[in-house]
Design a protein around this ligand. Structure first.
Ligand SMILES: Nc1ncnc2c1ncn2[C@@H]1O[C@H](COP(=O)(O)OP(=O)(O)OP(=O)(O)O)[C@@H](O)[C@H]1O
Ligand SMILES: O=P(O)(O)OC[C@H]1O[C@H](OP(=O)(O)OP(=O)(O)O)[C@H](O)[C@@H]1O
Ligand SMILES: O=C(O)c1cccnc1
Ligand SMILES: [Mg+2]
Length: 543
């Protein structure tokens, strides 16, 4: 077990479930089904965000839940009040329940996954396997949804843009905020503004400042102690940063085409105050009054003053207006200053953009052309506004070795019965071709050997595939109360996610009308499934 995070959400416990799991557990127990061996599959039916892939997340939390799955005396006392009239001996049974008699199979956290493929398979005593349903779904659904959302923002912005998650204030409560920071980092973000997430999950914490910091200053006279030492002490002689900034404001006014009297002096004071506090991390919000006529002139004046005493400013943040237009204008102004003053690094100062940014905004900005280096993204990312839930379900697929099927008018909702193995087959170019579900008793596919695969629901859709590589997807992570695979650190999961996405063909990843990835069944599973389907589906009578 590598760097497993010591963090565990204290709210995750056996009572974090729907009442019906406990009432069903009682009814199973009462009717002598407590030793029946069930197999449940956890899967989703449709990818989120009109996309054709999902990032699987939440495995570590599921494992920790299994490790700690124990009803306490207080839990039992509470349940007695909720379920009056229930046989006392059931509570003795419940008190002794743990996850040690279960086998739980997981797909590796961080892999791309697809509809109908079991992400988790739980095998073991029926009431215990049933009791896990809601909590496992809760742990997987949002984690996978928000990791997928983050991965989509990363795909839209490209590999060289810095993505910062700013969502805590807009998240669905404290836990939503923490989970968002954790799984957005895994999905492809570079940092978070959420300080607790930084501490708990070792995510880089980043940030700028708010408009309040600018509006709290009315003028230069509010500044006291504005003498600054040069970078690393320099000559030891202090410089008056206010004096320098006013001088630079005058100097650049003709180059940048602004009127010194029109620049806001409260804003200038705020920028100077920030520079005094963070001379090596000078990045300020420039849109409080007027980006081009006040914010950028003030920023350049202070940045040039800092330069004079040996410091290199970092950049600016835009939080309103036309982000393409403004970022290009700002970049031009930086280039002008770089050329006029002979300071090459000024041209590549960072431009951070924020303000209600979503995946489509980023795509549109890319089409328009912009000069943004970094996005700060909150609301759309953490609330997953485009699709606020992933619909993972938990379905019984076998009991005591007999397959079970759930029928539906909608064929897409028919479950694939029996205990299964899942394989991912790779093509010659290293991309993934298809995921294949096979009955547990079947031989695994082999590299270089042709295999017949079938659409689970449409008889005519069949193909042969000759994989260059075969990956076993469902692995027995939890057996006899032990974790059998190492759980990677969050950074390792982030790398795994990135690698897994890179194995997915471009047409599956595109934003508009992506091609669905193939999820197939073996010929044997196809025939098995359809036999069970027909034997469970009554034949209608036309009158
Ligand atoms: N060039 C652009 N192309 C597409 N969308 C953009 C572009 N520039 C900004 N946006 C988006 O347009 C929206 C503009 O928001 P809004 O209408 O609230 O204006 P604002 O600039 O925030 O105004 P205010 O100055 O009142 O704060 C934001 O969601 C922002 O992400
Ligand atoms: O827009 P989001 O993607 O949610 O990103 C986070 C936002 O939070 C901050 O301001 P806040 O929205 O609190 O105030 P503002 O809109 O007045 O700037 C920040 O300035 C961003 O605009
Ligand atoms: O640091 C920032 O700029 C920030 C943090 C949270 C929300 N909005 C902005
Ligand atoms: Mg806002």
């Amino acid at each position: 077990m590598t760097d497993r995070s010591p963090y565990q959400n204290g709210v995750v416990q056996p009572l974090l479930t729907d009442l019906y799991q406990i009432t069903m557990a009682y009814a199973y127990w009462k009717n002598n089904k407590k030793d029946d061996i069930a197999v449940f599959d956890l899967f989703f039916r449709k990818n989120p965000f009109h996309g054709e892939f999902t990032i699987f997340a939440g495995v570590e939390e599921c494992i920790k839940f299994l490790e700690n799955f124990k009803f306490t005396d207080q839990d039992i006392s509470y349940l007695k009040t909720v379920l009056p009239g229930v046989d006392e001996r059931f509570f003795d049974y419940l008190k002794a329940v743990s996850a040690k008699d279960l086998k739980v199979y997981f797909i590796d956290e961080g892999l791309v996954v697809f509809p109908k493929v079991p992400l988790i398979t739980v095998e073991g005593p029926l009431p215990i396997a049933q009791l896990l349903e809601t909590t496992l779904l809760n742990l997987v659904n949002y984690a996978s949804l928000v990791a997928t959302n983050a991965a989509r923002f990363r795909l839209a912005s490209g590999p060289n843009t810095t993505l910062l998650e700013f969502g805590l204030r807009r998240a669905q409560g404290p836990d939503g905020g923490l989970s968002a920071s954790r799984y957005c980092f895994m999905g492809g973000f570079d940092g978070t503004s959420n300080v607790l997430a930084g501490k708990l999950f070792d995510i880089p914490v980043k940030g700028t400042h708010a408009h309040a910091f600018v509006t709290s200053f009315a003028g230069i006279s509010e500044l006291n102690g504005h003498h600054m030492l040069p970078f690393r002490g320099g000559s030891g002689k202090t410089a008056d940063i206010v004096e320098l900034s006013l001088k630079w404001l005058d100097t650049i006014s003709s180059h940048l085409d602004f009127i010194v009297e029109e620049t806001n002096k409260g804003e200038l004071a705020a920028f100077i105050a920030y520079a005094i506090s963070f001379p090596e991390g000078f990045l300020v919000l420039v849109d409080t009054y007027d980006v081009l006529r006040s914010g950028i002139p003030n920023f350049c004046a202070v940045a040039l003053s800092l330069h004079e005493i040996g410091y290199q400013a970092k950049g600016i943040r835009l939080d309103s207006g036309d982000l393409a237009y403004l970022s290009n204008k700002v970049r031009n102004m930086f280039t002008l200053v770089a050329n006029k003053m002979g300071i090459p690094w000024f041209e590549s100062l960072s431009i951070v953009a924020s303000n209600d940014i979503n995946e489509e905004t980023i795509t549109s900005l890319n089409q328009q052309g912009h000069s943004i280096n970094s996005y700060g993204i909150g609301t759309h990312l953490v609330t997953c506004q485009k699709q606020p839930a992933l619909g993972c379900v938990y379905k019984l697929v076998a009991i005591n070795g007999d397959p079970r099927i759930k029928l539906s008018e909608d064929v897409n909702k028919v479950t694939i019965p029996g205990k299964k193995n899942i394989y991912r087959l790779y093509g010659a170019d290293g991309t993934i071709l298809v995921d294949v579900l096979m009955s547990a008793s079947e031989q695994s596919p082999e590299e270089g050997k042709r295999l017949l695969i079938r659409n689970p629901f449409i008889a005519s859709k069949r193909a042969f595939v000759c994989p260059t590589k075969v990956e076993v997807l469902l692995k027995l992570y939890w057996d006899k109360g032990q974790v059998r695979y190492s759980l990677p650190s969050l950074r390792e999961l982030k790398e795994r996610t990135c690698k897994s996405i890179s194995c997915l063909r471009e047409d599956h990843k595109r934003q508009l009308n992506p091609t669905p990835y193939k999820v197939s069944v073996s010929d044997e599973l196809y025939n098995f499934m359809h036999e069970i389907w027909l034997s469970n589906q009554p034949i209608g009578e036309l009158a």
